[in-house]
Design a protein around this ligand. Structure first.
Ligand SMILES: [Zn+2]
Length: 298
C-alpha cells in the first residue's frame, strides 16, 4: 500500500495538488490557475512542476470534472469548463510521467469519498454528498462503497429533473436541479427577478438584510433541492445528506426550506433518518477523496 499519494484536483479555474498521507493529513498543498484553453501537454507540465514541490510520493490520484466509471480507460470525455482537454488520455499521460499507480475519480464522487473518509459523514456508511457550485455534482456512498456506475454517471444527481418543462440544461435535458439550485442558477433567478447581482454570494448578502426578492429566490432554490432530496431519501434511504460547495455559505437561507420539503414529501422514516448537514472538508474534499481511492486500490 502507498504511504503518500500525490493528489490533484482539477477545477474549472484552478489546479490544486497535495501530498496526502494514509491518515488523510495534507503534508504539502500547492495551487495554480489553469488557463481556459489549457492543452493536455500544458496540464501535464503543470502537474509535473507542482508535484515536484510536494516531496516524495508512491502513488498518484486525480479528481477530474469528468465521468469516471469503475472500469475507466482514463480518457476525459465531458469537460464543459475545459473543452480543450476533451479526448485527453489523462491516465496514460500520468502513467508515462510518474511510472506509479494512477487513480482517477470524478470530482463530485471524490468529494463524497473524502467526506465519508474523514469529513462530515465519517461515522455513517450510507450517504449522499451534493456539491452546489457553478453546477451540481453528487457522490453516493452505499455501505461504505462509492457508486460510480458502469459508465461513470453514478451519483450524477445534478441532472435529476425537478421541472418537466423547465429550463434547458447543458446536459441536453431540461428542468434539471442544476438549473434551480446551483450558484449559477441562484444568480440567474435573482437577475430575472430584477436584482442587480452577479454572484450567488451577493444574493445571500441581500437575503441577510431581509431583501424580499432574495428570500423568494432562496425559497425557490430550497424547494427544488428539497424535492430532489426527498426522492433520494426514499430511493436510497441514506443516513446523511452532506451538502458541499460554495453555495453552502448561504446555508441558513435555504437549509430550513430543504428540510421542510424532505419532511413533507419523503416517507416519514426515511425523512427522519436522513440528516441534512454541511460538508466539513471545504475545498479539500475532492483532493482527499481521490487520495483515499488511491490508498484503497493498492
Ligand atoms: Zn441537466
Amino acid at each position: 500500500m502507498a504511504n503518500v499519494v500525490l493528489a490533484a484536483d482539477l477545477g474549472g479555474t484552478n489546479l490544486r495538488i497535495a501530498a496526502v498521507d494514509s491518515g488523510g493529513k495534507i503534508l504539502h498543498l500547492t495551487k495554480r490557475p489553469v488557463p481556459k484553453s489549457v492543452s493536455p501537454e500544458q496540464l501535464i507540465e503543470l502537474v509535473r512542476e507542482m508535484g515536484a514541490e510536494c516531496g516524495s510520493f508512491d502513488a498518484v490520484a486525480f479528481s477530474a470534472p469528468a465521468p469516471a466509471a469503475k472500469e475507466f480507460d482514463g480518457v476525459l470525455t465531458k469537460l464543459p469548463n475545459l473543452p480543450s482537454l476533451v479526448g485527453m488520455n489523462l491516465k496514460a499521460a500520468l502513467d508515462n510521467m510518474f511510472h506509479l499507480p494512477v487513480t482517477i475519480e470524478n470530482d463530485a464522487t471524490a468529494a463524497g469519498i473524502g467526506e465519508d473518509w474523514i469529513g462530515a459523514s465519517q461515522d455513517v456508511s450510507t450517504s449522499v454528498c451534493v456539491t452546489l457550485g457553478t453546477g451540481i455534482g453528487g457522490g453516493i456512498i452505499i455501505n461504505g462503497e462509492p457508486l460510480r456506475g458502469l459508465d461513470g454517471t453514478g451519483g450524477e444527481v445534478g441532472h435529476i429533473c425537478v421541472e418537466p418543462d423547465g429550463r434547458p440544461c447543458g446536459c441536453g435535458s431540461h428542468g434539471c436541479i442544476e438549473q434551480y439550485a446551483s450558484g449559477t442558477a441562484i444568480e440567474r433567478m435573482a437577475s430575472e427577478a430584477g436584482m442587480n447581482v452577479t454572484t450567488a454570494a451577493q444574493v445571500y448578502e441581500a437575503w441577510s438584510t431581509g431583501d424580499k426578492q432574495a428570500k423568494a429566490v432562496f425559497n425557490t432554490m430550497g424547494r427544488y433541492l428539497g424535492i430532489m432530496l426527498a426522492g433520494l431519501a426514499n430511493t436510497l434511504n441514506p443516513e446523511m445528506f452532506v451538502i458541499c460547495g460554495g453555495v453552502t455559505q448561504g446555508w441558513d437561507a435555504f437549509a430550513p426550506r430543504v428540510e421542510a420539503e424532505i419532511l413533507g414529501r419523503a416517507y416519514p422514516a426515511a425523512a427522519a433518518r436522513a440528516k441534512l448537514v454541511r460538508g466539513t472538508l471545504g475545498d479539500n474534499a475532492g483532493l482527499l477523496g481521490a487520495a483515499r481511492s488511491a490508498f484503497q486500490r493498492q
